[in-house]
Design a protein around this ligand. Structure first.
Ligand code: RNT
Ligand code: ZN
Length: 420
């Protein structure tokens, strides 16, 4: 097996050499990219506030009840370690506030402290992970009527302002201790099922709440802020307060990042196409890579055309350091470790595929107005032996490929997950 992977890699190197592409250099570049892996695929966005916390309300939904989900910090960490061992490279872990360690106490969201996340920071240090963080403005009685930071009720708004402010502080503490700024992303579920009367009023409330929250600035060496828009959600079909225009405007005026989630736009819009425009006006951007199937369904990321084009745009922008690649999918209907591994590998594979395109020649053809050569090269790029380079990368990192990878995940299922 080893031998055949190496042989295939050598053959691939010869093919790529015809285009002046060096697969070894592509792998070196890929190795430098850290993906922010979301913890919430491991337990269906439930969190551990109470022993039986589960995703509730909030305009998002997880479907499926495949056995073996993590129900404690220990289980989630063990699962993450397993998943990470099957993903080449060094990556980040993205946590939500509901994953704090509350020691069985009822700590409401407006009471969270850095201490509740120290266990994660220590674990991250030991695992060589950097952390990112999110306030959790859903699955809570004070979010039940669908409005949080935009609620006309001042007490509700204040509660969530306090929560988000604390979450940002926690993110700063994570970044400080781990020597890498934590991205704090804010997504709120606010919206209405039916057509609202006062859109402007709700957006004004949201703006006012954000002004209070972002008045406090943290050291950018410790944390960076992002705000995430949405198009519609379950229960917010007719109107979403935090629309794209709302947050684009807010982020530009207040020096924040926008978070572009691939599931949060009209089905024919491509986030890939938004990246170059956004980067011309914003220093940095956060991506939530997901797979919407007809709606914001958060399916496991695969090598779809959309993500391939996104990866090309990421690389061709020449702004890799300014693009934070986060994953945001959750499927409860299949092995959850498998979902993490397949989804994260798919993102990495799309990036590798992008690094392996004959970019120089493509650009030259485009500049020369040689549409045929551009088209032909684009088509050839699709079938170059990229799989051999990926397999070699995994092999070099002692990660099984092909049927062996599936067996490895199934073994973990029978030895660990099925005993839960
Ligand atoms: C929801 C947003 C948000 C969440 C996570 C759990 O539509 O995409 O990013 O999925 O915060
Ligand atoms: Zn998202």
């Amino acid at each position: 097996m080893t031998n055949s992977i190496e042989k295939a890699y050598q053959a691939a190197q010869d093919v790529y050499a015809q285009y002046g592409i060096d697969p070894a250099a592509a792998l070196e570049q890929l190795e430098k990219i850290a993906i922010s892996i979301h913890c919430w695929q491991g337990d269906d966005v439930g969190g551990f506030e109470t022993p039986d916390s589960e995703l509730a309300g909030g305009g998002i939904q997880v479907t499926g009840n495949y056995p073996g989900k993590a129900t404690s910090h220990q289980q989630l960490r063990t699962d993450l370690e397993k998943a990470a061992s099957l993903i080449p490279g060094h990556h980040r872990l993205n946590l939500h506030a509901i994953y704090g360690e509350f020691q069985g106490k009822k700590i409401d969201r407006d009471q969270i402290e850095p201490a509740h996340y120290q266990g994660w920071i220590d674990w991250a240090k030991a695992q060589n992970f950097k952390l990112d963080f999110n306030a959790t403005c859903f699955s809570h009685p004070k979010a039940d009527d669908g409005l949080t930071l935009s609620s006309p009720n001042a007490a509700i708004r204040d509660f969530w302002i306090e929560h988000v402010s604390r979450a940002r502080k926690i993110a700063a503490e994570m970044g400080k201790q781990l020597y890498s700024p934590a991205v704090h992303n804010l997504w709120i579920p606010d919206g209405t099922k039916d057509v609202p009367v006062d859109r402007m009023g709700l957006r004004q409330f949201l703006k006012q709440s954000l002004d209070t929250i972002y008045q406090t600035r943290h050291d950018k060496g410790h944390m960076k802020d992002a705000v995430e828009s949405k198009l519609f959600g379950i229960g917010s079909e007719s109107f979403v307060v935090g629309s794209h225009e709302f947050y684009m405007g807010y982020a530009l005026k207040n020096d924040l990042m926008v978070c572009l989630d691939t599931g949060h736009f009209h089905p024919t819009e491509l986030v890939a196409d938004k990246l170059s425009s956004t980067l011309l006006f914003c220093d940095e951007v956060l991506l939530h890579v997901s797979r919407p199937v007809r709606w914001d369904s958060d399916h496991v990321v695969i090598m779809s055309d959309e993500i391939k084009i996104l990866a090309e745009e990421i690389i061709r922008s020449n702004r890799l350091d300014n693009i934070h690649i986060g994953l945001d999918f959750f499927d409860a209907s299949i092995n959850r470790i498998g979902a993490w591994v397949v989804g994260t590998q798919a993102m990495l594979k799309c990036l590798l595929l992008a690094f392996l395109q004959p970019y120089k020649q493509l650009l030259e053809a485009e500049r020369n107005n040689d549409g045929f050569t551009r088209l032909a090269l684009q088509e050839q790029g699709r079938t170059l032996p990229f799989g051999s380079v990926w397999d070699y990368y995994c092999h070099k990192n002692n990660i099984p490929t092909g049927p062996e990878l599936i067996t490895e995940i199934k073994n973990y299922e029978s030895q660990v997950l099925s005993k839960r």
